[in-house]
Ligand binder design. Structure first.
Ligand code: ADP
Ligand code: MG
Length: 257
C-alpha cells in the first residue's frame, strides 16, 4: 500500500524529520488560503499522485500548462493559479504509463533553497530480511538509472536487527554523502528517526529523493515515498488468483543488494 507525499511527510515529521511546512488542497478555491498560510518567498505546488517523476511529467490537457507536476512559484496568487491549472487534470510521468493519473489533490509547500540533492532509501532486503539503507550523492534521479550507469555512486548496507540502528550507521551515510560539520549530527539523528519510523510503521520501502542540503546548510526531506508491507494484500491477491506485480522495492533489492 502506498501513501501520498503529503501523508508520508506528515508521518516523518511526527518522527522528528526535517520537512517543509505544507498544505494539501483538493478544491481550487481553497488554494489561495492554503498558500497564504505559508511563509514564502517560494511556494511549490506539487501534484499528489501515486507515481514518481512528477517534476519531469507532462499534463495531457493543454490548459494545465506546459510545466510538469512540481511547480515553483513566487507568490500566493501564482501558487493558487498553478494549483487550479493542475487540479482535475491528467499528469503523465514515466511511472504512470501513457494513460497518466488524474490529479485530485495538490500539496502546496514552502519552497527551499537547494544546495545539493541526494538520494536515500530504506527497504527490506529480501535475502536477509534485514533493513537496508541505499545512499547516493546522485539525488533527483531515478536510482535504477544510477545503479545501471554509475553503480559506484551507490552505497548500501544492512542493519543487524540484533543491535538495531547505531550512530555509526548514520555516520556512514553522512560520509558517503560528503556531509560536513553540523550536518553529520543532523544525519545521524535523521537516519535514526527514519529507521524508527520504518520499523514501527512496518514500512516496506521509504524513499527520499531528494534529501537536500538547504542553502542554509541543513538537511531536509524534500520528497518522500512510503509503501507499507503489502503481505495482507498479497495473500488476498493469491487467493483471488491475481498475479502479483513486482514491486519497486523488490526490484531495487534484487538489483542492488
Ligand atoms: P518527483 O520526484 O515526483 O519529480 P519531487 O518532490 O522530487 O517530485 O520534486 C522534483 C524536484 O522539484 C526536486 O528534485 C526539487 O529539485 C524540486 N522541489 C521539490 N519540492 C521542492 C521544494 N519544497 N522546494 C524547492 N524545490 C523543490
Ligand atoms: Mg522525487
Amino acid at each position: 500500500m502506498n501513501i501520498h507525499e503529503y501523508q508520508a511527510k506528515a508521518l516523518l515529521r511526527s518522527y522528528g524529520a526535517p520537512v517543509s511546512d505544507g498544505r494539501p488542497v483538493t478544491r481550487a478555491e481553497d488554494a489561495k488560503t492554503a498558500a497564504g498560510e505559508l511563509d514564502g518567498p517560494l511556494w511549490v505546488v506539487k501534484a499528489q499522485i501515486h507515481a514518481g517523476g512528477r517534476g519531469k511529467g507532462k499534463f495531457k490537457e493543454a490548459d494545465a500548462g506546459e510545466a510538469g507536476g512540481v511547480r515553483l512559484t513566487k507568490s500566493v496568487e501564482e501558487a493558487a493559479q498553478e494549483a487550479k491549472k493542475m487540479l482535475g487534470r491528467t499528469l503523465v510521468t514515466h511511472q504512470t504509463g501513457p494513460a497518466g493519473k488524474q490529479v485530485n489533490r495538490i500539496y502546496i509547500e514552502d519552497g527551499s533553497g537547494i544546495e545539493t540533492e541526494m538520494y536515500l532509501a530504506l527497504l527490506v532486503d529480501r535475502q536477509t530480511s534485514r533493513i537496508g539503507f541505499v545512499v547516493s550523492t546522485e539525488g533527483g534521479m531515478d536510482i535504477e538509472e544510477v545503479a545501471e550507469n554509475t553503480p559506484e555512486k551507490i552505497l548500501n548496507f544492512t542493519v543487524d536487527p540484533a543491535t538495531g540502528y547505531q550512530p555509526f550507521h548514520g555516520r556512514r551515510v553522512a560520509f558517503a554523502l560528503g556531509l560536513e560539520g553540523p550536518q553529520i549530527k543532523q544525519c545521524v539523528a535523521l537516519m535514526g528517526n527514519l529507521y524508527k519510523a520504518f520499523v514501527e510503521k512496518d514500512m516496506e520501502m521509504l524513499e527520499i529523493n531528494p534529501l537536500i542540503v538547504t542553502d542554509g546548510g541543513d538537511l531536509k526531506v524534500l520528497d518522500a515515498k512510503v509503501s507499507f508491507d503489502g503481505n495482507a494484500i498479497y495473500r488476498h491477491a493469491v487467493r483471488s488468483g491475481k498475479k502479483r506485480p513486482v514491486r519497486r522495492g523488490e526490484f531495487l533489492s534484487c538489483k542492488i543488494f
